[in-house]
Design a protein around this ligand. Structure first.
Ligand SMILES: C[S@@+](CC[C@H](N)C(=O)[O-])C[C@H]1O[C@@H](n2cnc3c(N)ncnc32)[C@H](O)[C@@H]1O
Length: 265
């Protein structure tokens, strides 16, 4: 279903209606990132190739942002070779706590190792000897610019970051098409003109369970994503529906990866 066909007569759950302060970080991580899934592997390949091309012959970005990090560190790992500093953000206090704990802990096993292995031979990534340590250093707090902060996508400052990622956020925090569009626009707006970005979306999602609660989602299509980024003046836009058929769960049609360069406003 495209956004233009969405049934506006049904009451929708908006972002403020969902219990983000009761989001179970552990359950979300367990369901999605306990192990490397085939769809994530395809995303990692697409996005790393895009960043390798985007930064070919260019200096590192000074500051990067991942919006709505949840319990997913691989968007930050994808940015690691291309940036000096990273800000991880989420609206859920529990996820912010989970992110701080993840980066501060130095146990023997690192659950993101399989994700890094998928990257470690690639150009740029192969020069990073200690990704876990380097990620922690990239996320040292510089208030408002880098670190780990509780922030809403709807309250980001304009034109502050040189590189950005936002995975499964705009369409997975609301059932309201206007909020979806606002989240995408605010993410792009937080990037400086010329900043490369990578985003991922669920296509056709009807919500997702986290520890017995169902969180809202909007059933978007690749066409919705393409139209909106085009309206936002993004250049070098690529919108792809993943080819991988194996699904993480039921209740969605596929995953979309969109990459591009933020334009002038
Ligand atoms: C489906 S999860 C995606 C998490 C992660 N990026 C991933 O790739 O799995 C949606 C995330 O958006 C966060 N979120 C909800 N409302 C938000 C808002 N207004 N601004 C930023 N993040 C929000 C949630 O706490 C949750 O971590």
């Amino acid at each position: 279903m495209s956004l233009s066909m969405a049934n506006t007569a049904t009451p929708v759950r908006r972002n403020a209606d969902a219990p983000w302060n009761r989001f179970s970080s552990h359950d979300y991580w367990r369901r999605n990132y306990f192990e490397l899934q085939a769809e994530d592997l395809e995303i990692i390949r697409l996005v790393s190739n895009f960043f390798i091309d985007a930064f070919d012959g260019c200096p590192q970005a000074r500051r990067s942002i991942d919006v709505g990090s949840g319990t997913n560190l691989y968007p930050a790992l994808l940015m690691l070779p291309w940036t000096e500093r990273i800000l991880l953000t989420d609206f859920s206090p529990r996820n912010v706590h989970w992110l701080r704990h993840q980066l501060a802990t130095d146990g023997a096993s690192w659950t993101w190792r399989p994700f890094w292995r998928a990257l470690q031979e690639a150009e740029g990534y192969k020069h990073i000897g200690e990704p876990r340590k380097q990620l922690r250093e990239a996320c040292v707090s510089v208030p408002g610019c880098a670190g780990i902060e509780r922030r809403s996508v709807f309250d980001l400052p304009e034109a502050r970051w040189d590189l950005g990622t936002m995975f499964f956020v705009a369409e997975s925090i609301t059932e309201d098409p206007e909020e979806f569009r606002a989240a995408v626009a605010d993410f792009v707006g937080a990037l400086k003109p010329g900043a490369p970005f990578a985003t991922a979306f669920m296509s056709g999602s009807d919500g997702y369970p986290v520890a017995r609660r169902v969180f809202p989602a909007l059933p978007i299509t690749p066409g919705d994503v393409e139209l909106h980024f085009t309206e936002l003046g993004v250049s070098k836009l690529s919108v792809q529906l993943l080819g991988t058929k194996r699904r993480v769960r039921e209740g969605y049609e596929g995953m979309i990866v969109a990459t591009g360069i933020a334009g002038d406003r």
